[in-house]
Design a protein around this ligand. Structure first.
Ligand SMILES: [Zn+2]
Ligand SMILES: [Zn+2]
Ligand SMILES: [Zn+2]
Length: 476
């Protein structure tokens, strides 16, 4: 049997690490996509997703930041334990959300953000309800040429890769925009309490200092146990939710005067957060096969994370820390919507939905983007999301992959599109997808049925790997 017809197998982690190490040493600056290419060249019988490779690179410290800004990422990648968008090509997943009175109710997974104005980024796309099944999405307002840069977007919040975060904490990368501080042509600005963090200039400091303050070990010492815990777990969603919380609380502190412009900023920020596709992490996990096996352990870990989160940003147990936090929260308690906001941020249900939202909407490098989060998945996408701005990992550029006609929906892929039908479907499961039924999937499924290898491929062959990924997902 030739290698081209044998079925690829998923290598054990040790073998994978052993194989990557020499390639990484020979190519210290390659991004994950290129590394994967080289790896599969030398191990043609392996099935390894880029997401798995990234996890291994991160875990083993073989990741490098060099070149990452030129890497074309898949649209979004769930960090371990995070979950993917519930809105997809064929299957509907209804998602729970929190009512203003704190009760949980089944809702469609989407809501249209009336305040969302795409012209802030581009005049060539509209936000639209695509269908009841798919929810909201983006459509072209006119013809778009292949290779066109459709829009450039900076994140609403950014929770970077651990390596980059280390550079931020040590003052080498801007705590707001992630650029190397040394590359700044202007005078850098520093954390007012000298925790070591820096901003590349006064503008970045003005935009980022109040969010930084809530997660600064000196300005808010109560955040230390929470931050240490999520870092140890290598779990990005809670940190992203903490950044959303810090942003909303800092805006609420300024918005207690309803006539101030800060109240408009808060309104905009709230409508972005409330408009994000939502699926509670708890519910999401129960969609996965075999979830019962590790559910109790996961639940215990989520509870611990929630407790530390509340102690970090709402009610620190130490009175001295409480005082420091109250100083940062300022007049937030006078903001008229503070009760609803606190329920959305800090209750167990609110926290679970918040983590679900972060996982669903987080782009590969850790950003949550107001407009980009509207893009739906297809295995034959017509746009790609790239990080091409020199030195600024957090900035994305949306580029058309082919000509797009007026009224056509813009789609990106959430998984590596070079994978076969089975690989893509397995990866999409992690996003909370049923079977993707985009045109490409339908055609490939039809072909597989004709060949007669549909049933066997779909079931037992991938079971072991699925279980592997499930364990990963639940972070045991
Ligand atoms: Zn900056
Ligand atoms: Zn600081
Ligand atoms: Zn598909």
């Amino acid at each position: 049997m030739s290698t081209s017809t044998s079925k690829p197998t998923s290598p054990p982690e040790d073998d994978l690490v052993d194989a990557i190490r020499p390639i990484r040493q020979a190519h210290p600056s390659l991004g994950a996509a290129k590394l994967l290419e080289l790896l599969l060249q030398s191990h043609g019988d392996w099935a390894v997703s880029e997401k798995r490779l990234r996890k291994v690179l991160q875990k083993t410290g073989l990741i490098t930041l060099a070149n990452s800004s030129h890497h074309e990422s898949v649209s979004r990648t769930p960090a371990i334990g995070d979950v993917g968008p519930p809105h997809n090509e064929g299957d509907v997943q209804s998602a729970p959300t929190i009512n203003s009175d704190g009760t949980e109710q089944e809702f469609p997974s989407w809501s249209l953000n009336a305040q969302m104005d795409p012209t802030k980024w581009t005049k060539t796309v509209d936000v639209k309800v695509i269908s009841d099944q798919k929810g909201k999405g983006l459509v072209a307002r006119g013809p778009i040429n292949s290779g066109e840069h459709i829009w450039v977007e900076d994140p609403f919040v950014f929770s970077p890769e651990w390596e980059l975060e280390k550079l931020q904490l040590s003052g080498h990368a801007c705590a707001y925009c992630t650029k190397p501080v040394a590359s700044s042509t202007m005078q850098p600005a520093y954390c007012t309490r000298s925790c070591g963090s820096a901003f590349c200039n006064r503008l970045c400091s003005a935009r980022g200092a109040s969010v930084h303050a809530f997660l600064c070990p000196i300005q808010n010492p109560a955040c230390i146990p929470f931050v240490q815990h999520v870092r140890a777990q290598k779990w990005k969603a809670p940190l992203a939710w903490a950044r959303v919380t810090a942003l909303l609380l800092s805006l609420a502190a300024k918005a207690s005067d309803p006539s101030s412009s800060a109240s408009k900023d808060l309104g905009n920020a709230l409508s972005i957060v409330r408009g994000l596709a939502a699926l509670s992490l708890e519910r999401r996990v129960k969609v996965l096969p075999g979830w019962q096996a590790s559910y109790d352990d996961s639940c215990a870990m989520w509870r611990k994370t929630h407790t530390l989160f509340v102690q970090a940003l709402s009610i620190p147990p130490d009175p001295k820390h409480l005082k420091a936090l109250q100083k940062l929260r300022g007049n937030a308690s006078k903001y008229t919507g503070i009760k609803r906001l606190e329920a959305e941020l800090f209750t167990w249900d609110g926290f679970m939905v918040g983590l679900g939202k972060m996982g669903l909407n987080m782009e590969a490098y850790g950003g949550i983007y107001a407009l980009h989060s509207h893009v739906n998945h297809s295995c034959d996408p017509n746009i790609s999301v790239r990080h091409i701005t020199a030195n600024q990992v957090s900035r994305i550029t949306i580029i058309s992959r082919r000509d797009i006609t007026n009224g056509e929906e813009l789609t990106a892929t959430y998984v590596n599109p070079s994978g076969d039908l089975w690989t893509r479907r397995r990866e999409l499961k992690e996003w909370g997808f049923g079977n993707c039924m985009c045109d490409r999937c339908r055609t490939e499924e039809e072909e597989a049925r004709r060949r007669g290898d549909f049933e066997s491929e779909g079931s037992a062959a991938k079971k072991a790997e699925l279980e592997d990924e499930l364990r990963d997902f639940l972070r045991i």
